[in-house]
Design a protein. Structure first.
Length: 202
C-alpha cells in the first residue's frame, strides 16, 4: 500500500490512542483525508516494545487482508496490548514506556523451489518476512525480527519454523510450505515521540 510518512505517523498514533482509550481517554477519530487509506484492505501487525531497548511487550496481527485497515488497527492494537497470550495485559502506567510500531504487509507469496536448499538464496534479510506452514501449524516472523537479532537467513528460517511449533530444520522438509512478504514499517523513536519509517536494508 502506498503511504506517506505523514500517513504512517497517523496510523501509529491511531494505534496508541486506541490502546489508551481503554484507560478512559477519548477513542481516536479518522479525519476525512485518511478515510480512503483506512478503508483499504491489507495485512497489519502492531508491535509494542519496552523503551529503552527492544524488549517485546506484545505483537499481534493478520497476514491476510481480511478487514479494512482502520478496523484492523483497532483490533490488533487492543490484541497486542491486552490479548497477546505471551504477556500479561498492559497497564495504564506502562504506556509512557512503550514504543508503538505498525507493519503494513504485502500478501505472502509462496517461495517456489525444487530443492529446499534453494530457500536461503531466495530470501533477503531486511526485505522479507517469512511464514512457515505445515498442515494446521503456521508461524510468522516480521522482516524486522532477524535484523534486530542479527540472524542470517538460515537462522531466520529456523526461528520461523520454531515459531510454528516445528523443529528448527523443518524448512528442509519438502512438505513444508514457506512464504515471504514485505512490509512498510512505521515506529515511534521513543514513547509518544517522532514517528519514522524503518529502513531495514543498508
Amino acid at each position: 500500500m502506498p503511504l506517506t510518512l505523514e500517513q504512517g505517523e497517523f496510523l501509529v498514533k491511531f494505534a496508541r490512542r486506541t490502546i489508551e482509550s481503554q484507560f478512559g481517554s477519548e477513542p481516536p477519530e479518522i479525519p476525512e483525508d485518511m478515510k480512503n487509506v483506512m478503508d483499504e484492505f491489507c495485512g497489519i501487525f502492531v508491535t509494542l516494545q519496552k523503551y529503552p531497548g527492544h524488549e517485546l511487550r506484545g505483537c499481534i496481527g493478520y497476514t491476510e487482508p481480511i478487514m479494512p485497515l482502520g478496523n484492523g488497527i483497532k483490533d490488533v492494537s487492543l490484541s497486542s496490548a491486552f490479548r497477546d497470550p505471551r504477556f500479561r495485559p498492559v497497564k495504564k502506567g506502562e504506556m509512557k514506556n512503550l514504543v508503538v510500531e505498525i507493519s503494513i504487509l504485502t500478501i505472502p507469496e509462496l517461495i517456489d523451489v525444487n530443492d529446499p536448499m534453494e530457500y536461503p538464496g531466495k530470501i533477503k534479510i531486511g526485505r522479507d518476512g517469512l511464514v512457515v506452514e505445515s498442515g494446521i501449524l503456521k508461524g510468522l516472523l516480521l522482516p524486522q525480527v532477524p535484523v534486530e537479532w542479527g540472524w542470517d537467513v538460515e537462522e531466520f528460517l529456523s526461528h520461523t519454523c520454531m515459531k510454528a511449533g516445528l523443529t528448527p530444520d523443518c524448512w528442509l522438509d519438502h512438505r513444508v510450505k514457506i512464504y515471504k512478504f514485505s512490509a512498510r514499517i512505521f515506529s515511534e523513536l521513543k514513547p509518544e515521540g517522532e514517528v519514522l519509517e524503518k529502513s531495514l536494508i543498508g
